[in-house]
Design a protein around this ligand. Sequence first.
Ligand SMILES: [Zn+2]
Length: 693
Amino acid sequence: MKIKYTNFMLMGLLCLSVTTVAAIGGKKGKAVTKKSSAIPPKKFIDPANMDLSVKPGDNFFDYANGTWVKTHAIPDKQTRWGSFGILAQENTDRLLVILKEASKTPGLPKGSLKQRVGDMYASGMDSVSIEKRGYEPIKADLERIHQINSKAGVVNEMTYERSHAIADPLFGVGVRQDSKHPTKYIVGFNQGGTSLPDRDYYLKSDARNVKIQNAYKTYITTLFTLTGTSGETAVKNASIIFGIETELAKAQLSRTQMRDPKVTYNKFSVNGFEKITPHLTWSQILPELKIKGAIDSVLVGQPEFFKAADAMLVSKPVDDWKVYLEWNILKGSASTLSSPFVKASFTFSSALSGQKVQTPRNERMSGLIDRSMGELLGQLYVEKYFPPAAKEYMVNLVNNMKIVLGDRIKRLDWMSAETKDHALKKLAAFSVKIGYPDKWETYNGLVIDRNDYFGNLRRIEEWHYNFNVNQYGKPVDKKRFNMTPPTVNANYSPTNNEITFPAGILQFPFFDFHADDAVNYGGIAAVIGHEMTHGFDDQGRQYDADGSLHDWWSKGDADKFKERADMVVDQYNGLTVLDTIHVNGRLTLGENLADLGGLNIAYEAFKKTKEGQSTAKIDGFTPDQRFFLSWAQVWRSSQRPESAASRILTDPHSPEQHRTNAPLTNIDAWYNAFNIKPGDKMYKKPENRIKIW
Ligand SMILES: [Zn+2]
């Protein structure tokens, strides 16, 4: 099963990564009241987690987190472990309590919220039935593909798999906001058709990549063998599939190239699109995809990719495409079939991630239900675990942070008054979503049967597919929440010009009602600042106050921004993980700008609080020291080498130790707080410190 329903909805969202939240009590804006209950004797900045043998100016991440990292091994079922992961695990444990309770409640009305989440969980936990069925659930799909005997049959099958939400062969398509007319939906096409997490996995031949390529070929061979193909044919199939996918990968744009939203905005009439892909008759395919209504134009993310894919439809024989289509069925369902399939799927994914043992079935189920019916499960989560006061606190904190960012924009010495006016207009238009949606999605019509796990999965996929395509021609619904309530993350949507903080991140170490302001400002306020800065990063700045991809910058100001952003690119290009693998400063630019901006905004807001203006120490640290230590605490994390290597290619976020340290080197207050001097390894001369937002 694909389980990636929201891919189109999420296009263009810029997130925090693994996430969190914090608090404020600014002078300007509305003051935030804290709860008056007794303060527990908890150390919000605990020296026991730090490594005081490291000089803060040599490696602040190690100074702040060193002992914690040394004394907390990564659990075998995880690929990395730290503040985000710990909160996510706690949320999973909570969801499991809810799911178990729902699954055991007898006599729930059919179609009710609890019946559906409880029965979905029960069906997924019924390993006896799942084992008994083996790969029987996909036999009809494989048989249908065996019957294909023409190129037309290949294209029809691709369309069928997509419109029934079974698989996404060759490319991606869906209904999304039109970035230049964000109040309208449009049909969008994107490159796709590959299985490894990035095109580089196919194209680079260093030892690490070759190992993964081999693991991938073994995975293909295993799944074909498990479905009755001879060993010899299975090996041949792996070579055919790897060949097709490598050719597709070559035609794809890189992640870095796709960071420019103008590059991926290519509008075609349906006829015009057919002209560049003569073997894909979109005027016939689009109705088959259940996209109803007059379609005068479509957006094509990567026209060259579609030309190449179309040419491959001609150059490759029907039999090769049949193998490729079978593979799309196999890889999409392996993790949901009987244990030999699940085991093969895990063996392959652990080659990529380094994960030692499979995630327990119950946790896989809670993750799946969160992703697929998250606004049913989320209602039960919020009722139990999200205090309404947290929402109020966040609303005030965000408002205070907006005031600070506005002041900072007004003070910028590199931006003209005219561009500042546009920037302030955009800031004033930011909308904010906190905790959970005002109106919950009901998943109307989605039937969940306690005794039919695979059927449930197919119905879920199809429900989400239909939901997406049925948006076409309707007004854009800006009320929708783009993450589920327990998610430990936050994001910014450029086309909605909005920032979102789900309930899951509004917990310590991001935010705690009992913590001092330094902790909450170094945590959740920096996260808020991060998401706000996304509105003005290398991508976000290209969208205006209405969320439209429309340039509001004067040429001179844009040049000055790029000059400063290039300094950030250079700084991060110089950083490494696993000793020799360099961070891609261009791929991670937006997140790095957001980290730097977010921390600066949060610090300025913190300095307006009572604690920010005092020098009184808590647990041995000054308020400023606690602010920066809280920032480092949020990024506390260790990860497996495989995961680190994979994330460098795929993750627009820099590794956690660099997210912690690199922004600090540009912030004067950090130097003052810890008395950082020339000679310290992180020291940068004042004139080299990068200032943007
Ligand atoms: Zn981000």
